[in-house]
Design a protein around this ligand. Structure first.
Ligand code: ZN
Length: 121
């Protein structure tokens, strides 16, 4: 078995915001880690365009956007709680073991009912 270890890196401007990019502000260095994410192509093009416009690295734009987005989320979601998970009473649950969806036909949820119909041809 092979264990892949990612090295931590020292990153400049970890607290970067968009204003910092515009005003070329500098923040302290912080440890960073590599994060691989899939992004829609159109978003990448916009990211490239913004980085070129501000004459900064793409990474700096991404970090600035994340910092600002997370700050906004912290502010806007203050005191917010996710709605409680809806629990279907046992008597109304699908009869397939481990399935917690509501039964709709022949004691089965839509997914398992369809699966049974397909299996029967
Ligand atoms: Zn089911």
């Amino acid at each position: 078995m092979t264990l892949l270890r990612r090295k931590d890196h020292d990153m400049p401007n970890a607290k970067l915001g968009l204003d910092d990019l515009v005003s070329r502000g500098k923040a302290g260095r912080e440890v960073s880690k590599l994060m691989t994410v899939k992004v829609p192509t159109a978003l990448l093009a916009r990211l490239d365009a913004l980085a070129a416009k501000l004459r900064v690295k793409k990474t700096e734009v991404v970090v600035a956007m994340l910092n600002e987005g997370l700050d906004t989320a912290d502010t806007e979601l203050k005191g917010w709680k996710p709605p409680p998970k809806i629990v279907i009473p046992k008597a109304r649950r699908c009869t397939v073991s481990g399935c917690e969806r509501e039964k709709v036909a022949h004691g089965l949820c839509p997914t398992h009912y369809q699966a049974q119909r397909r299996a029967q041809g």
